[in-house]
Design a protein around this ligand. Structure first.
Ligand SMILES: C[S@@+](CC[C@H](N)C(=O)[O-])C[C@H]1O[C@@H](n2cnc3c(N)ncnc32)[C@H](O)[C@@H]1O
Length: 233
């Protein structure tokens, strides 16, 4: 198989993220996947591929899955003119790269990403982002009250911390703003290997919130996607 036009191939134990210099057919992607010995392959945009590489090189395993990131890109593309996007938990910038992929060349959307680990944030800032992107170092629990309101929030801090941020995340949503919470599949990750559900934030709290309309998306790492209802509802 000719792999000369593969820009990047990031292989983990069972999956590979491939980025190409042109659109590839599903058959070609499958062939490359097999030649690399991975069970699954995802075709990702080059900038996103670079972010997955960063994760791979630094041994960071908590980046969002390509299915989740692709959904973030879809939601980012729907952010209204002059809108704002917030990510809680930058990691090494994979989610952010997906958001920017969704925004394409739009410069009217302000994107804020918060990360508690200074080293990670520094690593991400070195990747070079357009000037409407702000990387904030700090604890999302403290920073959130002073960051204003948003049209799209990606809540992606670890485990139980999510539960403590749900209220603030809902409060900072603009009417019709959307909230995506990752890792809501309790059998994902450690849950797969142990066969026991992992103690994650309680999805029912969010699913039943009268200010929101939500859907539980139980594929990949599992997500809850919600839209903030207008105040008159
Ligand atoms: C699941 S990873 C984020 C992955 C990233 N959103 C992506 O899509 O690639 C969670 C990140 O949250 C960060 N984190 C943990 N506690 C935090 C806190 N209190 N405030 C902000 N970030 C936090 C961790 O350091 C870690 O990088």
């Amino acid at each position: 198989m000719d792999r000369s036009n593969v820009e990047r191939a990031t292989v983990t134990e069972s999956s590979v993220s491939l980025s190409f210099d042109r659109e590839m057919s599903a058959t070609d992607v499958e062939r490359i996947q097999k030649s690399l010995g991975a069970r699954t392959a995802f075709q990702v945009p080059p900038a996103v591929g670079a972010a997955y590489d960063r994760a791979h090189q630094t041994g960071f395993t908590k980046s969002c899955r390509p299915e989740v990131g692709a959904l973030m890109a879809v939601l980012a593309a729907a952010v209204p003119a002059g809108g704002r996007v917030l990510e809680l938990g930058t990691g090494v910038g994979v989610g952010l790269a997906w958001v920017m992929h969704g925004l394409r060349s739009r410069s009217d959307v302000n994107v804020v990403s918060v990360e508690i680990d200074e080293e990670k944030s520094k690593l991400v800032s070195g990747a070079g982002w357009p000037e409407q992107v702000s990387l904030i170092v700090g604890d999302a629990r403290e920073i959130l009250s002073g960051t204003g309101t948003f049209d799209l929030v990606f809540l992606d801090v670890p485990g139980r911390l999510k539960a403590s941020l749900i209220e603030k995340a809902i409060t900072c949503l603009r009417p019709a703003g959307q909230l995506l919470i990752d890792d809501m599949n309790r059998y994902w990750g450690k849950g797969v290997t142990s066969g026991k559900p992992v103690d994650r934030c309680d999805p029912h709290r969010l699913l039943g919130d009268p200010r929101m309309i939500c859907s539980s998306l139980q594929f990949s790492s599992g997500m809850i996607l919600g839209t903030r209802l207008g105040d008159s509802v």
